[in-house]
Each structure stands twice: as structure tokens, then as C-alpha cells.
Design a protein around this ligand. Structure first.
Ligand code: ADP
Length: 393
């Protein structure tokens, strides 16, 4: 019998869950799974800690509400409890605003504060908060902890986080926050073991998943990042545009008569790799395609990683190490190779064989910048925070 911490990562169309044994120091994984396609064709799948499938369910083409999805996961966990006891739930919450710079135990007051941040992340925050509410209603005694994607970036200096806008707007919170902080924090904590020099030095981490961003670390602390006020800035992503001249938005509104929701839909769901290629927002699909538009989208993606790397290296006043992580960063030697080619100017040399083999070190011995592949684990980071914030021994 073990005490278990449940981690929930709830998005607009999926809820991912992981359960960790709270007692051993390294928090071993007990179970994980997800419900995907909530809005179209919901599918549930679960695995035990060894990766064996333990559950599966299909709802056909009947959309599933978040409340129902949470109830299904809770029911599944109860029926596969093996005598284990749920002691706390940790949640990924995209925005902690200016007020939350570390994980926090959720109270009704905290939940109200987090609700007020919804305008800063309208497509993520409400979905992140929904399961917290559902669980608080059904099980008010169960400790819940909110872990923020913004918190790790609270160390950034004002120079890095300020837009050149009137100061009154900055004071209202219109500034750069940076996201993917749980992933960067996990990598920063891994660096002393995997790459001690990178842990002490000037390191850029490229988190390349469906969402993608890059973060400059100085001795493991965030000093700049490519995502800004929202998770729309910086690199092109699966379906998000990334960095854009703000004048484009004025043009879309004035000349093409698009309203705010239309612009939002365009920039979040129809741009990025999908928009440029017209084929897919999924990197695997593009890499497998022989269509010239897929090739161009990939070229643009690698080029933009190179440009952002230059900008972050300038913020760091030099570069000692580069780390690739998340779906594309961990699994695509091709994208790593192309991104590194863009960075040859700084003396970065990739070792072709080590890159194909997946690292962890993929640079040559003579490279002036060391290059690494380190798998991220945001769920484990949330479980660690939850154990600490909930005061579990
Ligand atoms: P999320 O941000 O949703 O957590 P992931 O980190 O899982 O996403 O990354 C998803 C992206 O990783 C997709 O574009 C997918 O195509 C890409 N990806 C996964 N495996 C590979 C691979 N072997 N080669 C290239 N891209 C991959």
C-alpha cells in the first residue's frame, strides 16, 4: 500500500494524468494515461508504471465534457487502486500572473485569483482550473496544488520582461511572462548531473513540442525566453504563429475585417507548421512528406530556432551549451541537425553519430558550445512541487 500523488494536465481537448508513489525520494511512476479528443472523438488509454496498457475506452463521436472526463479518470483510479491511497493532486496551470511565482496549495481564494488571470491565457487557463474545481467540490479535504508554467521565469530581469509600451500598461501586467517553465525547471535540475558545465554556465534550452519555446538560463536561472505575454510569441509551433509584427494584426482587422475571435483562431489554430505547409502541424507528418510546402515549413522552423538562439545568446552575452527537449527536440535528429547548422557561427559543431543515437551529448569534442538532448518530465516536476507544497513527508 502506497500514498499516491496524482498529477493532472488538462488542456482544451485532452486531460493527461500520472500517478506517482509519494514515499520514495524519486517518486516512481505508478500509472499514467490520458483522454484525448474531448471535443470530437474521446479516447481513454492508461498504462502502469512499466508501460503495460491497463485500460482503454472509446466514446465514439460523442464529445465529452471536462467534468465527465475527470469523473472517468477518478473512477478508473479507484478501480485500479491496489490498496493505494490518494494523498494530493498537483495541477499544471499555465498562468500564475504577477502574484504566483511558486507552486501554491489551492484554497477557494487562490482559485478566485487564478480565475482572474483567464484573460491572459483564455485558451488554457479555464481548462486547467476546471478539474481543480470539480475535485474541490467532490473532495474538499484532498490537498490540491497549482504549479505554474510562468513561475520559473520570475527570475527574469525587468529588461527581459518589459515591452516598450507605456509604463501604465506594464504595471497592469502587460509584460513578458514566459511559459513551459515546469519543463525548463526540470531540465535546470537535471543539468548538474548530466552536464555540470552547462548547469553553471550560459545555456539555452529549446523545448520543441506542439507548443515550442526557448529559454536562456544563467547558472540554471531563467533570464530570458521566447514566449511573452501569451504562449503565442516566439517560435512557430504546430498551429501557432509565434512572433509576428503586431502590424499584421491591425491589417487583419482593418483590411480583412477579421474580429478578435477570428484573429485568435487564425494565430492559435491555423498558423505555424500547419499554416505554412497547408498539410499538417505535426512534425512527423511533415518530415515524412515529399511535398515542397512541407520542406519549406521545416526550413522556416529550423531558421527561426537559429534566429531565436542568436537573440538568447545575445541576452546571455555568450553561449556555453544548448539543450534540446520535448517531442521534436528529443526525437528528431533531423531538426536538431538543421537547428545546429544555423548556429555554426558560434563554433557549435554537432556529432552526427551521437545526434542520430539521441545523445545525451551530441556535440563534437572540439565544439565551442556543448549540445545535449535531455528528455523533459513536467509531470514529475509537478509531483515534486505537490509533495513539497502539500507537506507530504
Ligand atoms: P506536447 O507539446 O503536446 O506535449 P510533444 O512534446 O509530445 O507535444 O511534441 C509533439 C511533437 O513532437 C509533434 O510535432 C510530433 O510530430 C513531434 N514528434 C514526436 N516524435 C517525433 C519524431 N520521432 N520525429 C519528429 N517529430 C516527432
Amino acid at each position: 500500500m502506497a500514498d499516491v500523488i496524482l498529477v493532472l494536465n488538462a488542456g482544451s481537448s485532452s486531460i493527461k494524468f500520472s500517478a506517482f508513489n509519494a514515499q520514495p525520494d524519486d517518486l516512481p511512476l505508478v500509472m499514467r494515461g490520458q483522454i484525448e479528443g474531448l471535443l470530437s472523438a474521446p479516447r481513454f488509454v492508461a498504462f502502469d508504471g512499466k508501460g503495460e496498457q491497463t485500460g482503454k475506452h472509446d466514446w465514439g463521436n460523442e464529445p465529452l465534457r471536462h467534468e465527465e472526463a475527470v469523473a472517468h479518470i477518478a473512477q478508473f483510479l479507484r478501480s485500479h487502486r491496489d490498496g493505494n491511497r490518494l494523498v494530493a493532486v498537483g495541477h499544471r496551470v499555465v498562468h500564475g500572473g504577477q502574484g504566483f511565482s511558486k507552486p501554491v496549495a489551492v484554497t477557494p481564494g487562490v482559485l478566485d485569483e487564478l480565475d482572474k488571470l483567464t484573460p491572459l491565457a483564455p485558451l488554457h487557463q479555464p481548462h486547467n482550473l476546471k478539474p481543480i474545481r470539480v475535485i474541490a467540490e467532490r473532495n474538499p479535504e484532498l490537498p490540491q496544488v497549482a504549479c505554474f508554467d510562468t513561475a520559473f521565469h520570475a527570475t527574469q530581469p525587468a529588461l527581459a520582461s518589459t515591452f516598450a509600451l507605456p509604463a501604465a500598461l506594464t504595471e497592469q501586467g502587460v509584460r513578458r511572462y514566459g511559459f513551459h517553465g515546469l519543463s525548463y525547471e526540470y531540465i535546470a535540475r537535471m543539468l548538474p548531473d548530466v552536464a555540470p558545465d552547462a548547469a553553471k554556465g550560459r545555456t539555452v534550452v529549446a523545448h520543441l513540442g506542439n507548443g515550442a519555446s526557448m529559454c536562456a538560463l544563467e547558472a540554471g536561472r531563467s533570464v530570458a525566453s521566447t514566449m511573452g505575454f501569451t504562449a503565442l510569441d516566439g517560435l512557430p509551433m504546430g498551429t501557432r504563429s509565434g512572433n509576428l509584427d503586431p502590424g499584421v494584426i491591425l491589417y487583419l482587422q482593418d483590411e480583412l475585417k477579421m474580429d478578435t475571435r477570428g484573429v485568435e483562431e487564425l494565430l492559435y489554430r491555423r498558423s505555424g507548421l500547419l499554416g505554412v505547409s497547408g498539410i499538417s502541424g505535426d512534425m512527423r507528418t511533415l518530415l515524412a512528406s515529399d511535398d515542397a510546402r512541407a520542406a519549406f515549413a521545416i526550413d522556416l522552423y529550423a531558421y527561426r530556432i537559429g534566429r531565436e538562439l542568436g537573440s538568447l545568446a545575445a541576452a546571455l552575452r555568450g553561449l556555453d551549451a544548448l539543450v534540446f527537449t520535448a517531442g521534436i527536440g528529443e526525437h528528431s535528429p533531423e531538426i536538431r541537425r538543421r537547428a545546429c547548422e544555423q548556429a555554426r557561427w558560434c563554433g557549435l559543431e554537432i556529432d552526427t553519430r551521437a545526434n542520430e543515437a539521441g545523445g545525451p551529448c551530441i556535440s563534437t569534442a572540439s565544439s565551442r558550445v556543448s549540445v545535449w538532448v535531455i528528455p523533459t518530465n513536467e509531470e514529475l516536476m509537478i509531483a515534486r512541487h505537490t509533495r513539497e507544497a502539500a507537506g507530504i513527508a
